[in-house]
Design a protein around this ligand. Structure first.
Ligand code: G3H
Length: 489
C-alpha cells in the first residue's frame, strides 16, 4: 500500500496531515469481484493550491528568477539529472501503471520507455533551438537576435489514460523552456508520481515544479481564479478545460495547450486490403479498450465490402483475449473508471432502441467491471454512440454508398483530430487525401490512428485541440518569440 503523504511545494516535500482519499485498483485480487485498495492520496484544497502558485510565481519572479534566466546548459543539466533518476524507477512505475489504470504490461513498459525517450529527444531539440537562436539576422539595416522565451507560470493537468506519458509531454517542454509549473496528477494513475517526487525535488531549483494532489476542481480552480497563471496545459475533456479557462479573470491572455476529445473515423473503401484493414481497425478501436483520444471511434465501411468486413471484424473482436494487464497476449483489460461499463451499456441500449444490432457474439457481455466491446450496426446519427466520444469498448459502424457521406459527417463534426483511410487505388486516394487533410490534422493511410512517433505534430482542429504537442512543437507551444534588435549605424 502506498499512502502518499508528501507533496512538493517551493522545493520542500511537505508532510500532509489533512484528509485523504483512498485509491483503488480496478483489478480484483479476489474470486468475487472487489476493487483492490492501493493506498491513498492527500485531499488538498485552496490553501495548498495557493501556496503552490506563490512558489511558482516566486521561482519565475517576473522573468528574473533563477530558472527563467538560467543558462541553457544548466537547465539541460537539471533535466538530465531528473531523467536519469526516473530511469531507475522503471519497474515500480510500470507496475503502478498496470495496477492503477489496468494498462497491459507491454503497453505500460512502452508508456514508460516512450516518456524517457520523449525527455531525451526534447533535450536534443532544445539544444538545436538554442543553436538556431544564437544566430543574428539582418534585414533592411536592422540586426535581430531572435530567441524563444518562457510564458511564465503553467498549470499542468494530465489524463488518466497516459498518466505518465501525456502529463510529461506537457510538463517537460514547459519546464525546459524556462516556465515554472504547478502540476496535479490525474485521478487514476496518481500513485505512480510517488517514486518521482524526490527526483523532482533534487533536480530543479525550488518552486520550479510544484506537485499537488486532490480533486481537479478543489485544486485547479482556486489557482485559475487568481488570474496569475499564464498557461493552461491540459489533456482531457473540453468540459474541464472550458470550466477552468472561464475561471481565469483574464482568460484572453491565457495560453492554451490542450489535447481534448476526438471521434476519429475509419473509412473503408471497396478496394481495401481486407485482412490488413481488419487488423488495423481492431487495434485502433480496442487498444487500451478504446480509452485513447486517438482511438478509432466510428467506422464507415463501403456497401460493397460491408458484409465481409462486418463478419470478419466481429469474429476478430470476439477473439481478443481479456485478462489482467500482466497476462500473456492480453488485449482487453479491466476499466479504471468505475462508472464506465454502465455508461457504455447506456450507449448500447440507446443504439439498440433506435434500430442497431450487436453483431459480435460476445458484444456487451459484462464481467466484473468490464464490458466486452460491442460492435453496433447499422448506426445512425441520432444515436448517442455516434454523437458522443465513447472513450471505451463500443464500436459504432455505418455503411456508405457515396464517399461524400463520411466526408460530410466529418465536416459537421465538432472534432477534427485524425482519420484512417483504407484503400488501394491511388487515383481515388489522392484527391480524397487532399480533402481529408483539410478536415483533420493527420490522415493515416491503411493504418489506425495514433499520436506517435512523438516527433510528428500532434494536434487537432475544432474542439479536439489547441496548440501542437510533439517533441519539436511543444517547445514552441510553451514559449513566445522575443528578440533584441539594433540598427546598423
Ligand atoms: O489519448 C490520447 C493519446 O494522445 C493517444 O496516444 O495514439 O499514442 O495511444 P496514442
Amino acid at each position: 500500500l502506498i499512502h502518499q503523504k508528501k507533496y512538493l511545494v517551493d522545493g520542500v516535500l511537505r508532510e500532509w496531515e489533512g484528509a485523504t482519499t483512498e485509491v483503488y485498483s480496478t483489478i480484483s485480487s479476489r474470486e468475487e469481484y472487489q476493487p483492490t485498495l492501493l493506498g491513498s492520496i492527500p485531499d488538498m484544497g485552496e490553501p495548498e493550491a495557493k501556496d503552490a502558485l506563490e512558489a511558482a510565481l516566486k521561482a519565475y519572479d517576473k522573468g528574473k528568477g533563477v530558472w527563467p534566466t538560467m543558462h541553457v546548459k544548466d537547465r539541460i543539466e537539471s533535466m538530465e539529472k531528473f531523467v536519469r533518476q526516473m530511469e531507475t524507477k522503471r519497474d515500480e512505475i510500470v507496475k503502478l501503471l498496470m495496477w492503477e489504470i489496468g494498462k497491459s504490461l507491454p503497453d505500460s513498459q512502452k508508456e514508460f520507455d516512450r516518456t524517457v525517450e520523449y525527455i531525451y529527444d526534447t533535450i536534443e531539440d532544445y539544444k538545436q533551438l538554442d543553436r538556431n537562436s544564437a544566430k543574428f539576422q539582418k534585414h533592411d539595416g536592422v540586426y535581430a537576435h531572435i530567441k524563444r522565451g518562457p510564458l511564465g507560470v503553467v498549470l499542468c493537468l494530465g489524463p488518466y489514460n497516459y498518466p505518465l506519458n501525456e502529463t510529461f509531454a506537457l510538463l517537460i517542454p514547459a519546464i525546459i523552456m524556462g516556465n515554472t509549473a504547478i502540476f496535479k496528477p490525474a485521478k487514476h494513475g496518481v500513485l505512480l508520481i510517488t517514486p518521482l517526487l524526490e527526483a523532482f525535488q533534487n533536480s530543479f531549483p525550488k518552486g520550479v515544479i510544484n506537485i499537488l494532489f486532490g480533486r481537479g476542481r478543489a485544486v485547479a480552480a482556486p489557482i485559475m481564479q487568481t488570474g496569475k497563471v499564464d498557461a493552461l496545459a491540459l489533456i482531457g475533456n473540453s468540459k474541464s478545460a472550458n470550466a477552468l479557462q472561464s475561471q481565469h479573470p483574464k482568460s484572453n491572455r491565457l495560453r492554451l495547450v490542450l489535447g481534448l476529445e476526438a471521434k476519429n473515423p475509419a473509412i473503408i473503401l471497396p478496394d481495401a486490403e481486407m485482412q490488413l484493414t481488419i487488423d488495423e481497425v481492431v487495434a485502433g478501436t480496442t487498444s487500451f479498450n478504446g480509452q485513447r483520444c486517438t482511438a478509432l471511434k466510428v467506422v464507415y465501411v463501403h456497401n460493397e465490402v460491408k458484409d465481409t468486413f462486418l463478419k470478419n471484424f466481429a469474429e476478430a473482436i470476439d477473439g481478443l483475449k481479456f485478462g489482467n494487464p500482466w497476462d500473456d497476449g492480453v488485449k482487453l483489460t479491466p476499466l479504471p473508471e468505475s462508472g464506465k461499463p454502465a455508461y457504455i451499456q447506456e450507449l448500447i441500449d440507446d443504439a439498440l432502441a433506435k434500430g442497431a444490432k450487436i453483431i459480435n457474439k460476445k458484444g456487451g457481455q459484462h464481467f466484473d467491471n468490464y464490458i466486452w466491446p460491442a460492435v453496433l450496426y447499422p448506426v445512425t446519427k441520432d444515436m448517442r454512440v455516434y454523437q458522443e466520444e465513447q472513450f471505451g469498448p463500443v464500436i459504432p459502424v455505418l455503411s456508405f454508398e457515396d464517399i461524400e457521406e463520411p466526408l460530410d459527417d466529418m465536416a459537421e463534426s465538432n472534432y477534427g483530430q485524425q482519420v484512417s483511410l483504407f484503400g488501394k487505388d491511388v487515383y481515388t486516394l489522392s484527391p480524397l487525401i487532399d480533402t481529408l487533410v483539410n478536415l483533420v490534422c493527420r490522415v493515416n493511410l491503411n493504418s489506425s490512428c495514433q499520436r506517435g512517433p512523438d516527433v510528428y505534430p500532434f494536434t487537432g482542429r475544432k474542439d479536439s485541440a489547441q496548440a501542437t504537442l510533439s517533441v519539436h512543437d511543444a517547445l514552441r507551444s510553451f514559449s513566445i518569440r522575443t528578440f533584441v534588435a539594433f540598427k546598423d549605424n
